[in-house]
Design a protein around this ligand. Structure first.
Ligand code: BYC
Length: 324
C-alpha cells in the first residue's frame, strides 16, 4: 500500500514536470518519459490519420483509368503516391510510441480504428476528384498546418513534410474545378454538384463541435492540437468561400453570411446525425472501403514476405562479413 502511494506521488510529480516542459514549448521525443494518456491519444490520432491517408487513396484510385487526359492521369497518380508516403511517415511516427504496424493495420481492418469520415462518400464524377483536392485537401491543410507545431517531435516533423505536398494537392483540385467552372454549362453543373456533395462532409472532417469533443481540451493542454475543431472549421470556411466565389460556384448553405462584427462567416447547422452514422460504418461506401483495404493487404502478403526475406538475407550477410 505504501509502495502504491509512493508510485502515485512519483507519477504526479513526473506529470507536472512533463506539463511544465510542454508549456515551455520543448518538444517531446520518443525516449522521453510521457504520461500514458499522452502516448495513447497520440497513437490513436496518428494511426487514425495514417489510416485516412491509406483509405483516401481508394476513391482517387478509382479514377486513375478514367482521368480525362494523360496529364491529369500522371498528376493524379503522383498525388496518390504522395498519400501512400504520408501514411508511411505517420505509421513510422506512431511506431516511435511503441505501436506495431501490424496491430495498427489489424485495428483498421477489424473496424476498431477510425479513419476520416470523408472517405466514406463515393466519387460519382470527375468533378469529385477536383472537389476532393480543393475541399478535402484544403481542410486537411488547415488542420495539419497547426499540427506542425504538435508537442510530439516525430509527428510534428512528419506533418511538415506532409503539408508541403498537401498544398500541391489542393492546387491540383482547385485547378480541376477552375477548368470545369469555366467550361461548358454541363461542366459547370458537374462542378456545382460536386461542391454540393462534398461541402458538408468537408466541414465534418474537423470533428464534433468543441462542446462535444471528447479529446479536444486535454489534447490542447498537451499541445498535441493547437487549435480547436470549431476554430479550424471556421478558418476553413473563411478561406474557402472567396475561392468558391472566384469559381462562380455557390456554397450549398442558405445560412452562409458574412458577419461584420466577428470578421467571419456565419454558417448553417451541420448534420451530426449523418456524421454519427458514417462513423458507425453507415456511410454510402464504408464497408466497401474496408473490404478493398483488406483485399489489398492480403494481395500484398507475398511482397511483404519477399521484402522481409531479402532484409533477413542482407542482415545475415553483414553479420558474416563482420565475423570474418
Ligand atoms: N472522422 O474528441 P474529438 C487527408 C472521432 S487525411 C472520423 O474531437 P480529436 C487526405 C475522433 O477520433 C486527413 N472520426 O477527437 C488523405 C473521436 O473518436 P475516438 C485526416 C472522427 O482527436 C487522402 C471522436 O470522433 N486528418 O487529408 O480531438 C486523400 C471525438 O472527436 C472525425 C487527420 O486525421 C472525423 N472527421 O479530433 C486526400 C488529422 N472527427 O478516437 C486527403 C489528425 C472526430 O475517441 N486528426 N472523429 O474513438 C485530428 O486532428 C483529430 O483527430 C480530429 C478529431 C480533428 C480528426
Amino acid at each position: 500500500m505504501a509502495d502504491l502511494t509512493v508510485h502515485a506521488a512519483q507519477d504526479a510529480g513526473r506529470e507536472e514536470a512533463f506539463q511544465a516542459r510542454v508549456d515551455r514549448e520543448e518538444r517531446v521525443e520518443p525516449k522521453d518519459w510521457m504520461p500514458d494518456g499522452y502516448r495513447k491519444t497520440l497513437v490513436r490520432q496518428i494511426s487514425q490519420h495514417a489510416h485516412s491517408e491509406v483509405v483516401g487513396m481508394l476513391p482517387e484510385g478509382n479514377w486513375v483509368t478514367r482521368a480525362p487526359s494523360l496529364r491529369r492521369k500522371a498528376v493524379l497518380l503522383a498525388k496518390i503516391q504522395d498519400e501512400a508516403g504520408h501514411a508511411l511517415y505517420l505509421y513510422s511516427a506512431a511506431e516511435t510510441l511503441g505501436a506495431s504496424r501490424d496491430e495498427m493495420v489489424e485495428a483498421l481492418h477489424d473496424g476498431r480504428a477510425k479513419y476520416s469520415s470523408i472517405f466514406n462518400y463515393p466519387t460519382l464524377t470527375w468533378a469529385d476528384i477536383g472537389a476532393i483536392g480543393w475541399l478535402v485537401d484544403g481542410a486537411a491543410i488547415v488542420n495539419q498546418v497547426s499540427l506542425c507545431r504538435c508537442s510530439y517531435g516525430p509527428y510534428a516533423r512528419a506533418m511538415e513534410r506532409i503539408c508541403k505536398e498537401e498544398s500541391f494537392h489542393q492546387r491540383q483540385g482547385y485547378e480541376i474545378m477552375t477548368v470545369l467552372a469555366q467550361g461548358t454549362a454541363e461542366q459547370k453543373k458537374m462542378a456545382q454538384e460536386a461542391l454540393n456533395r462534398w461541402w458538408q462532409p468537408a466541414l465534418m472532417m474537423f470533428g464534433p463541435h468543441d462542446s462535444d469533443s471528447v479529446h479536444g481540451s486535454r489534447n490542447m493542454a498537451w499541445k498535441i492540437k493547437r487549435k480547436s475543431n470549431d476554430h479550424l472549421r471556421q478558418q476553413f470556411i473563411d478561406m474557402t468561400v472567396p475561392q468558391a466565389e472566384y469559381l462562380g460556384l455557390a456554397i450549398p448553405d442558405p445560412d452562409l453570411k458574412w458577419n461584420e462584427e466577428r470578421g467571419s462567416y456565419d454558417f448553417g447547422p451541420i448534420d451530426w446525425g449523418e456524421f454519427e452514422r458514417v462513423l458507425k460504418g453507415g456511410g454510402p461506401v464504408g464497408r466497401e472501403r474496408i473490404r478493398a483495404r483488406r483485399k489489398a493487404w492480403d494481395d500484398g502478403a507475398w511482397v511483404r514476405e519477399a521484402a522481409m526475406a531479402h532484409a533477413e538475407k542482407r542482415r545475415a550477410r553483414k553479420m558474416q562479413a563482420a565475423a570474418e
